[in-house]
Design a protein around this ligand. Structure first.
Ligand SMILES: [Zn+2]
Ligand SMILES: [Zn+2]
Length: 343
């Protein structure tokens, strides 16, 4: 059997061969214009009935052109379109849609061109952000001191990572460094709660929560909740004076604060009252390195690195359990000299 029109090729559909079909029928419809709505602030795109994060302007333009394509559905016919986009200006782009149409073993190509109009609008998230809408305030402070620069950086990056999610209601509206700490305005109340718990678990400290009426939204009363995380006063590596003793803080976490008594070398856990009484002397900047001159249990003779005279100290047990080192780390407090354990 041959094509009923040209009488040369084998028929593909309805007695016609693929080239003759292609001349007489359109399997695709390409509209003259189509539209892509983009948020003027953040570049999000309106797809279907909702806003979504952009996957890049070019692929969004391609997608818009692809969505505008109408395909004639027919048994045994498959259409695969290829889109190439040429941006024209900030508001327009042209898309060439070339479709390969397969009918049984035959194939033909049909193409069309559409002009994509780029509409700039404001997405729901940006309108909330610019409309000063936020449900929670997250405050991070430290007890009796400013946050260190490492803590500031850590908190910033943890909050950013914890907010970044698929949910578009999650956003940081504002981030500010205030009173030696950080304030974040967060789009979602529940996110604020989750973040403050996570930070407290990771960094230690106490969480308090307070709320106040912040107005109305769509007829409902809107409460804004403040989550305050107060980081512990002490940090790992701090030297503190407590009840006439000197301690090295070894770990601060949600389970409490551990420290080593420098003269006995023994570890202990500080209860909250002890923590409050502890007086911070400083951190690693207080540590000096001294040469070991002689070691005869329990006495250790060192060369004072500043005064260049020998000093004798009673070394705690941990010192004797290892090979004798050439140098040791020391801390001077008044007339006294203490060995500082490593790590
Ligand atoms: Zn034909
Ligand atoms: Zn936006």
């Amino acid at each position: 059997m041959k094509c009923i029109v040209c009488g040369r090729n084998a028929p593909a559909l309805g007695g016609l061969c693929a080239p003759c079909l292609g001349e007489r029928r359109r399997f695709i419809g390409v509209p003259e214009f189509c539209e892509l709505t983009v948020c003027a602030h953040c570049g999000s795109v309106h797809r279907g009935r909702r806003w979504e994060n952009s996957r890049g302007e070019m692929s969004e333009l391609e997608d818009a052109a692809r969505r505008s394509l109408r395909v004639v559905k027919e048994e045994g016919v498959s259409v695969s379109p290829k889109v190439s986009v040429v941006p024209v200006d900030g508001h327009n782009a042209d898309a060439e849609i070339e479709s390969t149409i397969r009918i049984g073993k035959s194939r033909l190509v049909q193409s069309g061109r559409t002009r994509i109009r780029i509409r700039r609008a404001v997405c729901e998230r940006c309108s909330k952000i610019h409309g000063k809408y936020y449900e929670a305030i997250l405050q991070v402070r430290a007890q009796g001191r400013d946050l260190t620069s490492q803590e500031l950086e850590l908190v910033r990056s943890r909050v950013a990572a914890l907010v970044q999610g698929a949910d578009r209601g999650d956003y940081i509206r504002e981030e500010r460094e205030v009173d030696g700490g950080l304030d974040f305005q967060l789009g979602k109340l529940l996110r604020g709660k989750a973040i403050v718990r996570t930070l407290a678990r990771e960094l230690g400290g106490r969480v308090t929560e307070s709320s106040k009426l912040a107005g109305n939204r769509e007829g409902r009363e809107l409460y804004r909740v403040t989550f305050l995380l107060r980081l512990p006063a002490l940090r790992g590596g701090d030297f503190v004076g407590l009840d006439g003793r000197i301690l090295l803080v070894t770990h601060v976490g949600p389970q409490g604060t551990s420290a080593t008594d420098l003269s006995s070398g023994r570890p202990e856990t500080l209860d909250p009252r002890a923590e409050e009484r502890a007086r911070r002397l400083g951190g690693s900047e207080l540590v000096e390195v001294a040469v070991v001159l002689d070691a005869r249990m329990p006495e250790l003779t060192l060369m004072d690195p500043v005064g260049y005279r020998p000093v004798t100290v009673i070394a705690p047990e941990w010192f004797w359990s290892r090979p004798r080192p050439e140098n040791v780390r020391i801390l001077k407090a008044g007339e006294e000299v203490f060995l500082v354990p490593d790590g």
